[in-house]
Each structure stands twice: as structure tokens, then as C-alpha cells.
Design a protein around this ligand. Sequence first.
Ligand code: GDP
Length: 210
Amino acid sequence: MTDFTPEQIEAARKVFAGDITFTKGVVSLDTLPPGDRPEIAFAGRSNVGKSSLINALCNRKNLARASNTPGRTQEINFFNLGQDKLYIVDLPGYGFADAPKKNVDGWSRLNLDYLRTRSKLKRIFVLIDARRGIGDVDLNIMKQLDSSAAQYQVVLTKADKIKKSELAPLIEATKAALMKQPAAHPHVIATSSEKGEGLPELRATILSLI
Ligand code: GDP
């Protein structure tokens, strides 16, 4: 179900089919690009399908890459969509079993500072694997997002991996869990990067924010 008109869906498709370039990867707050345009961010447990989703949204094969190696420098990656219309921000995955100790619940101070200080950050999309549902590590991150500058919204990934009949109950259960989270957007979008499901709605949602 989507609340968007066919015109809005088509307009969003066009923007995402157009220009998108990698701007920079950032490892410290002082090298963030100027916050001169709206931005949306993607967060999620490592292996949730975040790179696949960003690539599928933007119709590119290798725009975002999984950087799953624990201990490797974790960058916040900025992509410039539609010639300075919007930054798409790819946050490092969380939930590594052996994340460095300095990380707060598996997420670095850099992420938390980024989320709290970017005034043009419109929404954080928290990705949840449809097969796993919301886990403790996700709830921990959501708690931290309560004090961020923007609302967050759950996007289910890999919807093609569960049975069609399981999807509606999963969405309802996810919504119910989110009712206890003050900064959560109530609507949940189910996606499959592999089959394309939910991508038009997610694109339109993103454009509706700017
Ligand atoms: P990241 O670590 O969150 O960036 O995750 P990736 O995008 O690298 O995906 C992790 C694994 O899940 C890869 O093996 C992907 O092929 C697989 N995957 C990602 N999205 C989907 C999807 O929509 N459907 C299916 N079936 N597999 C997916």
C-alpha cells in the first residue's frame, strides 16, 4: 500500500534514475561536507542489505559497497543525488560481535554525533532484515536515535526471502513494536532489492521529505 499518486511515484523514479555521484567518505566530524542541502541516512545491522538497497534504489550496481570487516575504518559515505538536490548518507553497519570497545553499543561516537548535529537531516531509515525482525541491537540503536535531530523510519529488507503470507503479519508486528519508540515513524516499508518490491514507495517517500 502506498499513499503516493502515480505522478509522485514517476517523479521520484526519474530523480533516482538521474544523476548520482559519490561525494566523500568521512571519518571525523570536522570533515563532514557542508550541510547545505537536505539529507536522508540509511542505518542498519551489518549484512542487513543496506548496500544492496542503496544500489537498487539508485539503479546502480556498485555505488554503495558493503564494508563489513570489523575493525576496518568505518566511514560515513555521502552520495549526491540529482545534482545537489539531496545527500544520501550511508552510515556504517552496526552489530558486529567484536566491534571496537570505543564504540557505543556497536556504533561509533562519530555516527551519534553526526545524527545529533545535522540540522538538514530529514529522516533516518533503519533497515531491518525481514527474516530476523527487530532485534535487541536494533532497539539499542533506536533508543539512541530518540535523541537525534530527525525522525527514523523502519524499512524491511529482503522481503523476497519470506513467504507472501508472512509479510502482512510481520509489518503489523513491527508497527506494534515501534509504537513504544517515541521517535519512530509509524509507517513501515517492505522492500526487496532483488525483486524491486517497495522501491518506488521508498523513493517517493524520500523525495516527499525535501
Ligand atoms: P550490508 O552489509 O547491509 O551492506 O548488506 P549487503 O547489501 O552487502 O547484503 C548482504 C547480503 O544479503 C548479500 O549476500 C546480498 O546479496 C543479500 N541481499 C541483500 N538484499 C537482498 C534482497 O533484497 N533479497 C535477497 N534475497 N538477498 C539480499
